[in-house]
Design a binder for this molecule. Sequence first.
Ligand code: NDP
Length: 236
Amino acid sequence: MATDRVVLVTGGNRGIGRAIAERFVSEGYRVAVTARSGDGPMGTLTVRADVTDAAAVDAAFREVEAALGPVEIVVANAGITKDTLLMRMSEEDFDSVVATNLGGAFRVVKRASKGMLRARWGRVILISSVVGLLGSAGQVNYAASKSGLVGFARSLTRELGGRGITANVVAPGFIETDMTAELPEETQAEYKRSIPAGRFATPDEVAGVVTWLASEDAAYISGAVIPVDGGLGMGH
Ligand code: NDP
């Protein structure tokens, strides 16, 4: 069903966020992306925002609201890694990852919820990771931030579920983006051996699940964790 609802995707200038923005555009949505650098794909409105800065997030929302109207679907996608073993992990390594991945989602979703409550309709989609529930050596900060999103979505579902608002988590496995390109080739090969599908996914394979969660077909799905991981995390 065609729709022209307003979507905001954080970190829509590259990787998974960019693919999500492209999918929404192709399905007829009015799409804005936040970017710290670069621009979103063709057909999107790009606004500048660092998700660790609440004032910048608020300014970005004002710009989107003025140009497109209230945000009805928000995709908290912006994320970073700072991998190292716990013994070597600095306070800064921990805090910056949590402030971006979990705190960023908090700032963006809190700001979006105002308009959604007024409209009594909304879709909150949080991009987590398979490692949020599986765990991963060297990623205490990242995994903690990503599993935090599950408690976030489920609490939000209990707060706002009666107002036509759903909140879900998408948990990708290994996706071909800059984030995984940083991994050494041997590590990539090792991961591929452990994934039942035997391969990494394309960003578009995540994007299709996100647009489906935003659709009317997914109106009764909330507080769910949807894996897009080729079977890597089975048992979540
Ligand atoms: P990329 O590294 O390719 O892109 C990350 C995006 O997040 C960029 O747009 C980046 O903006 C943005 N970003 C980072 N920090 C901030 C910030 N403080 N404020 C605003 N934007 C910020 O990552 P992916 O596309 O691979 O990952 C997207 C999401 O998917 C992340 O949350 C990641 O954890 C998750 N994920 C990725 C997986 C993978 O295999 N790739 C697997 C599972 C989950 P800029 O260009 O300005 O740096």
